[in-house]
Unconditional design. Sequence first.
Length: 228
Amino acid sequence: MSAIAIVEDDDNIRRFLARVLTESGFDVTAFEDGRKLVSALAQRRFALVVLDWELPDISGIEIVRLMRGALNIRTPVLFVTHRDTEADVVLALGAGADDFLSKPVRSLELIARVNAQLRRTNALRDDNERSIGNIRLDRRVGRALVNGEEVDISDREFLLAWLFFGNVGTLITRDELARSISGARGMVDSRSLDTAVYRLRKKLGLEPRNGLLLRTVYGIGYRLERVG
């Protein structure tokens, strides 16, 4: 279930947006002002932000600029606003918004716009993220998360994880693994490869109790398997 944040200071419109999206199966959190959203973004990840332009404390444009700038948050933003001129659309998209919908909002169009943004985001994520169970890899920043918490792994360890997660159930030879990480601080000898695999196994918890097993195939290589 995709989590969607709504920021709208008009009570009636906020309830309407929340009802339409909730009935469509989304996990909706609604805010009446922008600063509450900004605080929430530091605590939680949303799949989409539905954002009003004119808010009592901080404008929607300022929020988008803050997200794309200082906060470095790439979550897609759909503006829902009374503004409807071409200049408004250009300003919103130029600030970093992903789509623009003028009020009054029609239910089916809102759902269609939301679904379109989520499809686009998922298509991009497929190229840059790999997940199994409670473990997620983000290639854009070389980051690994376990249960939502970032794990401190080296460049070599991340490259190995990315290869294993893209080839679950497939035996990967030692030569293939060594080549995959040879660009991270030069060539890799046998002992360094085994050490990197050992550390990766421990840091990500690639163990049967977590539904995964990074199996050693002696003399040949390694294979990441789902178990349980």
